[in-house]
Design a protein around this ligand. Structure first.
Ligand SMILES: *Cc1c(COP(=O)(O)O)cnc(C)c1O
Length: 403
């Protein structure tokens, strides 16, 4: 994404033209950025030949997942719906892992019938349930156990998952007990140790610490895991921060693997899709206030929930650049009846007029997948841009579909 002659473009496509033709709010994704992210990820971890399972929950657009599948990626799913979507996109069941803290017996039945690679389980009760269902089906089911390594990922507290207070995974004591349980079960094959300590992790050190803990636990169990699933969580720069250093993470994993034959599984979501998308929106009104002006957009928290949900900050850019700066702070808000329906406040933004267009950046991950129909607002259109080729990958919802 860049400005050319003051016009914001994705590849060869001027976003202002998209806004006028397809209306707003609209999610626009860059195919080239997606390809670059996947190739970059693969290149950095090439020496350990990992299985890369895209975390479907970060973006649930079927057509985008079909594109991701073409690069050979598998899928990490967290519900029956996501599993069905991954299969519909043509992803091989042998590249699908099913994560999550509470799978229902219906979901477990479905996953077993589809012969997916792994069900990653996070509690004794769920493993007993899997065992029971597998026995009825007279099948052997491959599972992983998710460990809670009690490692602080140094990210937003709302998206931290690997500390002992978090609901995710099992502690070391339960882990050892469950390894014994699986060894004694005829219907469960314990294949994997999994972890996922959080999301938007920018510092490689929490990962290094996590690997040291895994190493100790594996030594203690003396169990040979075919797979070590390290989860996702690799962070991207939203503002001025630096993205996670893949090279350092890679060398820590190489060191960790020295005395092991396990294959690594990754479950990246954000790092694959996050920076591929923008949400374009129109300024409906500008409302003057004491210290700041409210820029009221036609996009709202139902379209992009991260700011309201986690206090996440996304950059905002105008689609047409003009020289003159606003003297007042702009607070970008949506029309929804909630005070948390605001995106961000910006000082020294260019002076905006009503009917101008803006882009909210880096919304490819946890954008459309977290969207809702709150206030009975239809979900936005989604568009994939490849050079000057424009493809609608999901139509805008119509009112009659939600009423
Ligand atoms: C959410 C999630 C991921 C993906 O996280 P990102 O930060 O998007 O990479 C991977 N694995 C599990 C188990 C998850 O819950």
């Amino acid at each position: 994404m860049r400005f050319l002659n003051s016009k914001l473009k994705i590849e060869n496509t001027i976003l202002q033209n998209i806004a006028k033709k397809y209306g707003t709010p609209a999610y626009c994704y860059s195919y080239k950025q997606l390809r670059e992210n996947i190739n970059d990820f693969k290149k950095n971890f090439k020496s350990i030949s990992p299985l890369i399972c895209f975390a479907i929950k970060s973006n649930t657009n079927l057509n985008l997942i079909k594109e991701i599948k073409k690069f050979g990626l598998g899928a990490d799913v967290v519900s029956m719906g996501e599993l069905m979507l991954a299969l519909k996109a043509g992803i091989s069941p042998k590249k699908i892992v099913f994560s999550g803290v509470g799978k229902t017996s219906k979901e477990i039945n479905f996953a077993i019938d589809k012969n997916i690679l792994l069900i990653n389980s996070e509690s004794k009760s769920e493993i007993i349930e899997i065992d029971k269902i597998a026995k009825i089906k007279k099948k052997q089911v491959n599972i992983g156990i998710r460990l809670n390594p009690n490692t602080d990922p140094k990210t937003l507290s709302q998206i931290s998952t690997g500390k002992k207070d978090n609901k995710f995974g099992v502690n070391d004591k339960t882990f050892f007990e469950l390894v014994r349980y699986c060894k004694n079960s005829k219907n469960i094959n314990l294949k994997c140790l999994s972890v996922h300590i959080g999301s938007q992790i920018l510092d490689h050190k929490p990962y290094e610490k996590m690997l040291r803990i895994l190493d100790k636990i594996i030594k203690k169990t003396q169990y040979k895991f075919d797979f070590i699933d390290l989860g996702g969580g690799m962070g991207i720069p939203y503002n001025n921060d630096k993205k996670l250093n893949y090279k350092k993470y890679h060398s820590a994993i190489k060191k960790f693997l020295k005395n092991k034959k396990s294959q690594i599984i990754f479950e990246p979501g954000r790092s694959i899709i996050g920076n591929t998308g923008v949400l374009i929106s129109k300024v409906i009104y500008i409302k003057e206030s004491y210290k700041k002006n409210f820029v009221i957009l036609d996009a709202a928290m139902n379209d992009l929930m991260r700011p309201a949900l986690y206090g996440a900050v996304h950059r905002i850019l105008p689609l047409l650049k003009r020289g003159k700066k606003s003297k007042k702070i702009y607070e970008f808000v949506g029309p929804i009846c909630e005070s948390t329906d605001k995106f961000t406040s910006i000082k020294n933004f260019q002076e905006l007029k009503e009917k101008d267009f803006i882009a909210i950046c880096d919304v490819g991950a946890y954008g459309i997948s977290l969207s809702s129909n709150y206030n009975l607002r239809p979900k936005p259109i989604e568009i994939l841009i490849n050079g000057s080729k424009i493809r609608v990958v999901k139509k805008r919802q119509k009112h009659h579909e939600i009423i």
